[in-house]
Design a protein around this ligand. Structure first.
Ligand SMILES: Nc1ncnc2c1ncn2[C@@H]1O[C@H](COP(=O)(O)OP(=O)(O)OP(=O)(O)O)[C@@H](O)[C@H]1O
Length: 252
């Protein structure tokens, strides 16, 4: 297990939002977290990534308790791409986390190029992030996290604020992260975001009510997650990766 937690309990004031959750995530596993609004998805992911730490219970990264040092190996992508942009140019934005980590300049430049190429944004280095579409902003947020070399990447409804094209752009990048053998955990209400996950964890009132294979999840159908894909998106979904990249290049 690359990441695991034992008996996690978390309260906001008197309200218990995570109720005795234990789980382990295998290296390279692509996992979806589902649940109604307020079921505790974000809270659990923030605990597992070291963003929230005033919990009861234990979190381990590679068998070592999560701490200031190893939490750097865990990245977190938020729902709203607007809130994740800190740089005046795209390269500055990608560099930000690495600067804080003290990565040498030469290596930083290489990492920026690499991360932007993974998210299909090579050549965007000098652009102002404010000129980007929502999907591009979210891809930039992913590049900025990726440049820091995380092993595990949590994504909190990363496509919710995007239009169907933006959603597909981001999904294509998520698949690349999985291909890169990153351990990806995505919370989403969109069935299309979850179509390739191996495992589904379903939460209700802060408790795990399902943890297992995606197909079994749909069979047992314990929760209503958003159904079906819009026709517009469907057309795009039939494109192969090359076609999609060309289409995205046309937009830039
Ligand atoms: N900062 C906070 N202060 C107080 N209560 C909070 C805070 N953040 C979340 N909560 C409450 O904790 C519960 C779990 O919230 P959380 O955001 O983890 O759920 P979620 O499953 O991610 O929901 P959504 O799908 O709406 O994002 C909710 O009832 C929410 O109102």
């Amino acid at each position: 297990m690359i990441l695991k937690c034992e008996n996690i309990n978390y309260n906001y004031g008197k309200r218990k939002v995570i109720n005795n959750v234990s789980l382990g995530i295998k290296k390279g596993q692509f996992t979806g977290i589902v649940g109604d609004n307020g079921s505790g998805k974000s809270t659990l992911m923030k605990i597992l990534s070291g963003i929230l730490f005033d919990y009861n219970g234990k979190v381990f990264f590679e068998n070592e308790e999560l701490n200031e040092k190893n939490r750097i190996k865990i990245g977190y992508i938020f729902q709203n791409p607007e809130n994740q942009i800190v740089g005046v140019t795209i390269e500055e934005d990608v560099a930000f986390g690495m600067e804080n980590m003290g990565v040498p300049r030469k290596e930083m430049i290489k990492k920026i190029q690499w991360a932007l190429s993974i998210v299909g944004m090579s050549g965007f280095e000098k652009r102002d992030p404010n000129t980007l579409s929502g999907g591009q902003k979210q891809r930039l947020a992913i590049a900025s996290i990726l440049a820091m070399d995380p092993e595990v990447i949590f994504m909190d409804e990363p496509t919710t604020m995007l239009d169907p094209v933006g959603r597909l752009e981001v999904y294509t990048v998520i698949k690349k992260l999985v291909e890169l053998k990153k351990t990806v955990v995505i919370a989403s209400h969109h069935s299309q975001d979850l179509r390739d996950v191996e495992r589904i964890i379903a939460l209700k009132n802060g408790k795990i009510i399902f943890d297992g294979n995606k197909n079994n999840f749909y069979k047992t159908n314990k929760l209503n997650i958003e159904e079906p894909i819009e026709i517009r998106t469907k057309k795009i979904l039939h494109m192969n990766y090359e076609e999609l990249v060309n289409k995205l290049a046309d937009r830039t």
